[in-house]
Design a protein around this ligand. Structure first.
Ligand code: UD1
Length: 421
C-alpha cells in the first residue's frame, strides 16, 4: 500500500500538460468493441480504471497493449459476451460495456455494478432504454442476462440526463436497425468525444453536446486512430491546487470552454485565470474570497466532480461559501478528513457550508473516493506541516501520477510505501 506525503506551504509555479480524460476514454474503450478492428487511442491516460477496462476487453477475447501514451486495442478476437462479477465491481462504470456487447454479440451477461462510494448508483435508465430498443433483460440475483438478436432504433426519452445511460444507449443504437433518438440526453463534452470516436469509426451519430442525440444504426464500423480529449476535471483539480497553494501555473491542452463554470468561480474568489489556444493559466496571490453558492448540476452546470477540489481550495478563504450537491447523495465524505486538517465545514443533507479558516495544519487523512482524495491533496498543499494521505488507490483511478504533476508545479509531495503494522 502506498501513501502520499505532502509538505504544505509552497506556492506552485510552472506548467504541465493535462492528461487525457478518464470519463471519455472509458466509454470509448467500450465502444472499441463495436468496431471489431484495430483502434489506436492517442493521449490515453494510464489510470486504474483504464486498466480495469483493458482487463474487461481481454476477458472478452480482445487484445489491448500500450505503445507510449497510445493504447492499441484490437477487438477482432471477441469470443465471449460475459463480464465477471469481480471485474464489474472493480469499476462502477463498467455497465457501459452492456450496450456495446449487446450491439456486437446480440447477447450479454454481467452482474449489476451495484452501489458505490458516492451512494447508490442505479442503472435503471440504461436498462429501460435497452429494453425499448428491443433487448430482453432478465435481472435476478444481481445478474443481468440480456438477449437482443435484433435491436430496433426508437425515439427514447431519458427521465434525467444521465451521462452513462446516454453513452450506453448510443453504443447499443449503433447496432440497431434504423434511427434512434435519445431525448434529454446528457450534454457533457465526453459525450461529444464519444460521438467523435464513433464517427471516426464510420458511425452516423449527431447531436452530442445538445439534449438530443441521433444515431443511424448498422453503419459498418472499422478501426481508427483517435486522440482522447483533455481531462476537464483533472484540469479543474490543478487550477484548484494553484488557488489553494497560491502561485502561477499554466495547463497545456486545458480548454476553458469546457471549464467555464469552474474558472468563473475561481475568478470570483480572486484568481486571475486567462485562456489561450494552447491552454489555461491561473495566477493566485494571497487569501481567496468566499464566493456565491456553488450548486452542482449536469453540464454545462458546475460539475459534481469538481465540487470537492473547489471546496478544498476555499478552506482558507475570507468568509463563508455554501455548496449544494444535487447529483450524488454521498458526495461529502471527504469533509471529515478535511476537518482533521482544521477546516470549518458544516454539512446538512445536500448542503455544506465552508467557513474560511486562518490556517490549516497537516494531519493523517485517508481518501474516501476519487475526487475526495484529490481534494485532500489540494488542501494539504496549503496546510502547515506534513499531511499523510492513505488509500490513494482511489486517486489512481482517475489521475495519472498526481504527485508527478504536482511536483512539476513545485509542490513538495512524494509517494512512499506504507508499512502495514
Ligand atoms: C458520470 C461520470 C462521473 C460523474 C457523473 C455526473 C463517468 C465514467 N463517470 O457518471 O464522474 O460524476 O457522470 O457528472 O463518466 N441515475 C439514475 N439511474 C440511472 C443512471 C443514473 O438514477 O440509470 C442517477 C445517478 O444516481 C445520479 C445521476 O443520475 O444521481 C447522474 O448519474 P450519471 O449522469 O448517470 O453519472 P455516471 O454516468 O454514473
Amino acid at each position: 500500500m502506498s501513501q502520499l506525503l505532502v509538505r504544505g506551504g509552497r506556492s506552485l509555479l510552472g506548467e504541465v500538460a493535462v492528461q487525457g480524460a478518464k470519463n471519455s476514454v472509458l466509454p470509448i474503450l467500450a465502444a472499441t468493441l463495436l468496431t471489431g478492428g484495430q483502434v489506436e487511442l492517442r493521449g490515453c491516460p494510464r489510470l486504474r480504471d483504464v486498466d480495469a477496462s483493458i482487463r474487461i476487453l481481454k476477458t472478452l477475447g480482445c487484445d489491448a497493449r500500450w505503445e507510449g501514451d497510445s493504447l492499441l486495442a484490437d477487438t477482432s478476437g471477441l469470443n465471449c459476451c460475459a463480464v465477471s462479477d469481480i471485474l464489474m465491481r472493480e469499476m462502477r462504470s463498467s455497465a457501459i460495456f452492456l450496450g456495446a456487447i449487446l450491439a456486437r454479440c446480440g447477447e450479454a451477461e454481467m452482474s449489476y455494478p451495484g452501489g458505490c462510494e458516492l451512494g447508490p448508483r442505479p442503472i435503471d435508465l440504461h436498462l429501460a432504454g435497452l429494453r425499448d430498443l428491443g433487448a430482453e433483460i432478465q435481472d435476478s440475483g444481481g445478474m443481468l442476462r440480456c438477449k437482443a438478436p435484433r435491436l430496433r432504433g426508437r425515439d427514447l426519452v431519458l427521465s434525467l440526463p444521465s451521462v452513462g445511460a446516454t453513452e450506453n444507449l448510443m453504443l447499443a443504437a449503433c447496432g440497431a436497425e434504423g434511427v434512434t433518438t435519445i431525448a434529454n440526453a446528457a450534454r457533457e463534452p465526453e459525450i461529444v468525444d464519444l460521438q467523435g470516436f464513433l464517427n471516426a469509426c464510420g458511425a452516423a451519430v449527431s447531436g452530442a453536446g445538445t439534449s438530443t442525440v441521433t444515431v443511424e444504426g448498422r453503419h459498418p464500423l472499422h478501426g481508427c486512430t483517435y486522440e482522447i480529449m483533455p481531462d476537464r476535471i483533472a484540469a479543474a483539480t490543478y487550477l484548484c491546487a494553484a488557488a489553494s497553494a497560491g502561485g502561477e501555473i499554466y495547463l497545456r491542452k486545458a480548454r476553458e470552454d469546457q471549464l467555464s463554470t469552474v474558472t468563473a468561480v475561481l475568478r470570483e474568489a480572486g484568481c486571475a485565470v486567462r485562456a489561450d489556444r494552447g491552454g489555461v493559466g491561473c495566477v493566485c496571490r494571497g487569501r481567496l474570497k468566499s464566493v456565491r453558492p456553488v450548486r452542482t448540476a449536469p453540464y454545462p452546470g458546475f460539475p459534481t466532480d469538481a465540487q470537492a477540489v473547489l471546496m478544498a481550495a476555499l478552506l482558507r478563504s475570507r468568509g463563508a461559501t455554501v455548496f449544494e450537491e444535487t447529483i450524488f447523495e454521498n458526495r461529502y465524505r471527504h469533509v471529515d478528513e478535511l476537518v482533521r486538517m482544521g477546516a470549518d465545514i458544516r454539512v446538512a443533507g445536500r448542503v455544506a457550508v465552508v467557513t474560511g479558516a486562518e490556517t490549516l495544519h497537516g494531519a493523517p487523512v485517508r481518501c474516501t473516493d476519487l475526487r475526495g482524495g484529490a481534494a485532500l491533496c489540494v488542501a494539504a498543499l496549503a496546510a502547515e506541516g506534513e499531511t499523510s494521505i492513505t488509500e490513494i488507490s482511489h486517486i489512481d483511478r482517475g489521475y495519472e501520477c498526481i504527485e508527478r504533476e504536482l511536483r512539476t508545479l513545485g509542490a513538495d509531495i512524494v509517494r512512499t510505501e506504507l508499512r502495514e503494522l
